[in-house]
Every structure is written in structure tokens, then in C-alpha cells.
Design a protein around this ligand. Structure first.
Ligand code: NAD
Ligand code: UDP
Ligand code: UDP
Length: 313
């Protein structure tokens, strides 16, 4: 069956890959974005398709359109961007979720929330399972994002219990790949851009903190599988790659793959920076038959190729 899918944040990094995948599967896509961190360039190749529509809109305002699926991805994801206007970040997560849920309620559309591993905060349970409630600072500089996303999860489950919506709450772990913005500020794009320009690689803290990186094609496959899964499967569900690396290991791998002359330098660790992060993905394996296929080295090679092209032009 072909769907009419709304993707909020559809002109961003993950959103634009989701647009590509859904169009390829024959669905109709309404891409809604205010272009805060996303860009028309990410979806310009789709504009000529009769199945694709691009709309400038801020999800903190109501939206009346007719669709049967909603992927709610609108929200800046990089710490430097979500901390630029923290009040707007919370509004985007909370008012944005209310408006998208109101839209789902009126149209009967199924709705997926792009939640995050940040709901676990700086975790004492490792790897993180979905039943872990997290350890989040409610008043720190990351809180606009973390608590906004936690409140959005609350809203999803209240609309589920109170209004019987078909919901899918997906907890996304660090994902990287082509179309990340060169100035996005997240670690993978920073290290690659620095390495390709032979500029110093900036490690925050001593580089012993860990993350587990998922390549974008794996993530998008998991997202669509989750959306298409039986309606009893609401999540929350972790989607990510469980292979865990320290930031020092990541820096060394990027240096090797780019044959860069860059030196590693150490900068202050930002406040509330989580020490470790690794998803337990048993639920996704059991319920969706999904697991990631692309290892870090291969994913980085593709991403490096992309940034070489961007830096040349
Ligand atoms: P991104 O910044 O590239 O994309 C976010 C998109 O949302 C951008 O196109 C931006 O312009 C748009 N947007 C922001 N505020 C908006 C608003 N008020 N109205 C309409 N559009 C708005 O980031 P991304 O990595 O593609 O992340 C997409 C989603 O996935 C986000 O919700 C993010 O929290 C979530 N997520 C991503 C990761 C990751 O590692 N990439 C991890 C966890 C969660
Ligand atoms: N909403 C929207 N599009 C719709 C339906 C609702 O943007 O098609 C918004 C509307 O602004 C509303 C919010 O979603 O405030 C929540 O809707 P709901 O029906 O849950 O609540 P109510 O309308 O009673 O506030
Ligand atoms: N980081 C780093 N150098 C950079 C950017 C980030 O060492 O240039 C670190 C950051 O402090 C964090 C990790 O890399 O420990 C992942 O950061 P990112 O912003 O990509 O994602 P998040 O912290 O939200 O997981």
C-alpha cells in the first residue's frame, strides 16, 4: 500500500534520507521544515518528482493537511544548534509534538517520534535498555533538548492511552553519514572536516568518553520497519549500532582513513557531556528483525567521500 507521509524536519540530515527512501518505495512525501539546520539542497533532487512536496513551516504552529503517516523529526540535533536558542528547542519538541499529535488524532494517521538516547542522560545502566528511566539534569545546558524529548515521549504515550493513537517512539542513538552539515558541530562531521583540511582534531575532554555510531542507511531502514510494524508495537525502541568507541579511537580512525597530517588537540569537556553510550537493541532485533549492517570503517569511508565533494565545491 502506498502512503501519504508527512516528514517534519524532512530537509535535515536524517529527514532527507527518509524522504529518499519513502519516495523510492512509491510513497507520497510531504516534507515540512523551517530550514533552521536543514536545507533545500538536501532535497533539491526530489523537487521534480510528482510524489514530493516541500513546505516551509515551523511545527510550533498548527498545521492542517491530510496524511496517513507522520514522521516527527523536526528538532535541531547537534548540541551547538539546539543550545543556540534553547527556548525554541523546547518549544519545537513540546509544541511541535502537540501539533503533530493533534494532526494525527484528527486524520487517524499513524505517528512516529524521533526520540533520542539523550533521554537516558548520563547513564548508570550500560548498555541502555528501554526500561531504564535515565539520569538527566533538568536544569543544565543540554536540558532543553533532553527534557523536551522526554516530554514529547510523555505526550505520545498520553495520546496513545487517552486518544488511542497509533504511536511509534524510536530512541535514536548517534547516527552519521552523508548530508551532515559541515558546520553541524557533531563529532563525526567535525573530525572528518578537520582531518580533510589538515586542521587540529578537537577532542573534548580526554577522549575516553564513548559513543556507538550508526550509519544513516541502517538507521533509516530501522525507522521504516518500525513505522510499518504491527500497531501493538509502540516502543519505546532503541535503534542504533551497539559497537562502542572512545572519541580518541574515533579520532585515530578518521586520521588513518583520511591520511591526514592533523594533530589531535584537547579542549574542555562541555557540561553534562555523557560519559558512555551504547544501545541494547534486543527489542528491535526481536520485534522488527532489524540490526545494523554497516561497520564504522565502511560508514566513515562513505562519509569522508561525501565531505571531500562538499569541501571541493
Ligand atoms: P538535523 O538538524 O539535520 O535535522 C533537523 C531538521 O528539523 C532540520 O531540517 C531543521 O531545519 C528542522 N527543524 C528544526 N526546528 C524546526 C521547527 N520548529 N519546525 C520545522 N522544522 C524544524 O538533525 P538530524 O540528525 O537529521 O535529526 C533529526 C531528528 O532525529 C531530530 O529530531 C533529532 O533529535 C533526532 N535524533 C538524531 C540523532 C542523530 O544522531 N542524528 C540522534 C538522536 C535523535
Ligand atoms: N492541530 C493541528 N492540526 C490538526 C489538528 C490539530 O496542528 O489537524 C493542533 C492544534 O493546534 C491543537 C493541537 O494540535 O492545539 C492539539 O490537538 P488536540 O485535538 O489534541 O487538542 P485541542 O484541539 O483540543 O487543543
Ligand atoms: N566531541 C569532541 N569533539 C568535537 C565534537 C564532539 O570530542 O569536535 C565529543 C563530545 O564532547 C561528545 C562526543 O564527542 O562526548 C559526541 O558528541 P556529539 O555532539 O556528536 O553527540 P552527543 O554528545 O549528543 O552524543
Amino acid at each position: 500500500m502506498s502512503h501519504k507521509s508527512l516528514i517534519s524536519g524532512g530537509a535535515g540530515f536524517l529527514g532527507s534520507h527518509l524522504c529518499d527512501a519513502l519516495i523510492k518505495q512509491g510513497h507520497y512525501v510531504l516534507c515540512v521544515d523551517n530550514f533552521f539546520t536543514g536545507s533545500k539542497d538536501n532535497v533539491s533532487h526530489l523537487i521534480s518528482s510528482s510524489k514530493f512536496e516541500l513546505m516551509r513551516h515551523d511545527v510550533t504552529f498548527p498545521l492542517y493537511v491530510e496524511v496517513d503517516q507522520i514522521y516527527n523529526l523536526a528538532c535541531p540535533a547537534s548540541p551547538i544548534h539546539y543550545q543556540f536558542d534553547p527556548v525554541q528547542t523546547t518549544k519545537t519538541s513540546v509544541h511541535g509534538a502537540i501539533n503533530m499529535l493533534g494532526l494525527a488524532k484528527r486524520t487517524g494517521a499513524r505517528i512516529l517520534q524521533a526520540s533520542t538516547s539523550e533521554v537516558y542522560g548520563d547513564p548508570e545502566v550500560h548498555p541502555q535498555t528501554e526500561d531504564y528511566w535515565g539520569r538527566v539534569n533538568p536544569i543544565g545546558i543540554r536540558s532543553c533538548y533532553d527534557e523536551g524529548k522526554r516530554c514529547a515521549e510523555t505526550l505520545f504515550f498520553d495520546y496513545f492511552r487517552q486518544h488511542h493513537l497509533e504511536i511509534k517512539v524510536m530512541r535514536i542513538f548517534n547516527t552519521y553519514g552523508p548530508r551532515m552539515h559541515p558546520n553541524d558541530g557533531r563529532v563525526v562531521s567535525n573530525f572528518i572536516v578537520q582531518a580533510l583540511q589538515n586542521k587540529p582534531i578537537t577532542i573534548y575532554g580526554d577522549g575516553s568518553q564513548t559513543r556507538s555510531f550508526c550509519y544513516v542507511s541502517d538507521l533509516i531502514e530501522g525507522m521504516i520497519k518500525f513505522m510499518e510494524s504491527d500497531k501493538t508495537i509502540t516502543g519505546p525502541m532503541n535503534i542504533g549500532n551497539p559497537n562502542e568507541f572512545t572519541m580518541l579511537e574515533l579520532a585515530e580512525l578518521v586520521l588513518r582513513l583520511t591520511s591526514s597530517q592533523s594533530k589531535i588537540i584537547f579542549k574542555t569537556l562541555p557540561e553534562d557531556d555523557p560519559k558512555q553510550r551504547q544501545p541494547n537493541i534486543s527489542l528491535a532485533k526481536n520485534k522488527l528483525g532489524w540490526e545494523p549492517k554497516v561497520n564504522l570503517k565502511d560508514g566513515l569511508k562513505e562519509t569522508i567521500k561525501y565531505f571531500e565533494g562538499v569541501l571541493k565545491s
